[in-house]
Design a protein around this ligand. Structure first.
Ligand code: AVJ
Ligand code: FE
Length: 434
């Protein structure tokens, strides 16, 4: 347990440090987009949350710098207001983060991982590693929004496997109840609990996420100009911002280009589409004569093993991901071609449910029956309601510590800068199920 905790904290810190040393200190204090914090805010916020939960709540220590708490309270200050706060300088923020981490590692040697809900199975430590990784994904979004030449590089994923071109486009998921959510995953966050049975009617789900090539057909067919496909609020968004393609796409010299981490390239037709809002995903699905899957459908497809009627931790089984199962952890700076990762397929043969791109679902972000906020209401409870849509499965920018079949993410349906794509579904006819 201690070794695992030390390892996941270390993995997160190595990534945080890559994201905050690949640009100069001036760049760290710049606000690259009003949608995002300056990178140096995320860095000190990571340290401040670690201090509050591990050193104070678990370790019973006094506050190291009580005056900085309000500056790094995400609820006090919206992102757009953060540049004008009295932020720690990059040097001070790095020093603070290193000092907190040193004390946390000391605490780890003397803490018994049981006795309270916060300590059992090292939950608080796992929560803080997930928190740091979530902000690392947020910082990666800031890097994607940042203008200028590339600051980050990573090798591309390999080509699709030979069978990618002959996969069925959709797969039947038979109807019936399954267990959604978890009571046993030790580091599951409050919104993933408790486990409960949900009955799901038979449906078909795309074998892979929708690709840029698929999406281009929607664009070429005039999809952005036809109100028939759009939710009224989505149509208003398209009109107001004169949208005609995913974020970061431009049309030049008769071809579609995409800017990805400072590099402009032709749109990769075989890769899952990225940087579409929920409204765009919803409109594409309607144009295709289909719909987005519900959150329950997505989780059943990703976890239910018909052979045993058990819900697995991941589509491929209960063991943690390896690089052969999924594109996670910022190993690559892009999704892998559709059809990749056959070893990561679900029992029904559905691919890339974990990693690559977050997948929009049709569902609002709501508590499961019997939900209890833990350890703080501001993680999930204050967000429940119809304003947020659920995303599932994680992206290439999510670390495995913050990714599993039960993990729930949420965002506004207009959001485009996140690493989100989607796949589509349809109801199965009784004749197709027999
Ligand atoms: C779960 C990704 C929506 O980044 O807003 C970070 C995670 N919560 N700090 C977010 C989170 C508090 C959260 N999401
Ligand atoms: Fe946070």
């Amino acid at each position: 347990m201690r070794e695992r905790v030390a390892r996941v904290l270390d993995t997160a810190r190595a990534r945080t440090s890559t994201l905050t040393t690949c640009v100069d200190d001036h760049d760290l204090i710049t606000q690259h987009s009003p949608l995002m914090s300056p990178l140096v805010w995320d860095l000190a916020h990571i340290a401040n949350q670690e201090e509050q939960w591990l050193l104070r709540a678990v370790g019973g220590r006094e506050a190291m710098r009580p005056e900085v708490d309000p500056v790094y309270d995400a609820f006090e200050h919206p992102r757009a207001a953060r540049p004008s706060l009295p932020l720690l300088s990059p040097t001070d923020a790095r020093g603070y983060a290193a000092e907190v981490r040193g004390r946390v590692l000391d605490l780890l040697d003397t803490t018994r991982m049981r006795g309270t809900a916060l300590l059992d199975a090292g939950f608080a430590f796992g929560m803080i590693a997930q928190h740091e990784q979530q902000h690392d994904e947020t910082m990666l979004i800031t890097h994607q929004l940042r203008k200028g030449p590339a600051a980050l590089t990573a090798p591309p994923p390999g080509p699709a496997p030979a069978d990618a071109l002959v996969l069925p486009t959709e797969v039947l998921v038979p109807g019936g109840p399954f267990t959604m959510g978890t009571d046993t995953e030790p580091w599951a966050l409050d919104n993933e609990r408790p486990a409960h049975r949900v009955d799901v009617a038979p449906f078909f789900l795309d074998t892979t996420p929708v690709t840029c090539g698929d999406y281009l057909r929607f664009i070429d067919d005039g999809g952005y100009g036809d109100p028939r496909w759009w939710d009224p609020k989505g149509w208003a968004m398209v009109r107001e911002h004169t949208m005609e393609a995913p974020l970061f796409w431009t049309h030049e010299g008769g071809q579609w280009l995409r800017r990805s981490f400072g590099v402009v390239e032709p749109v990769p037709v075989d890769e899952p589409v990225l940087h579409v809002s929920w409204y765009e995903a919803d409109a594409y699905a309607r144009w295709a004569g289909r719909r987005l899957p519900t959150e329950a459908e997505w989780e059943k497809a990703a976890r239910h093993d018909p052979a045993t009627d058990r819900s697995l931790r991941y589509p491929w089984g209960d063991h943690d991901p390896t690089p052969a199962h999924a594109n996670l952890g910022q190993r690559h700076l892009r999704p892998a071609p559709a059809g990749s990762y056959p070893e990561g397929a679900s029992p029904h043969g559905i691919r890339q449910l974990i990693g690559d791109v977050w997948e929009w679902t049709s569902s609002d972000f709501l508590p499961y029956p019997g939900f209890r906020a833990f350890p703080y209401r501001e993680y999930s409870e204050v967000f429940f309601g119809p304003e947020y849509k659920v995303l599932r499965g994680g992206s290439f920018a999510v670390d495995q510590v913050a990714c599993r079949g039960t993990f729930r993410n949420w965002d506004y349906p207009i959001r485009r800068q996140i690493f989100a794509g989607f796949r589509t579904a349809r109801d199965a006819d009784p004749a197709e199920v027999a």
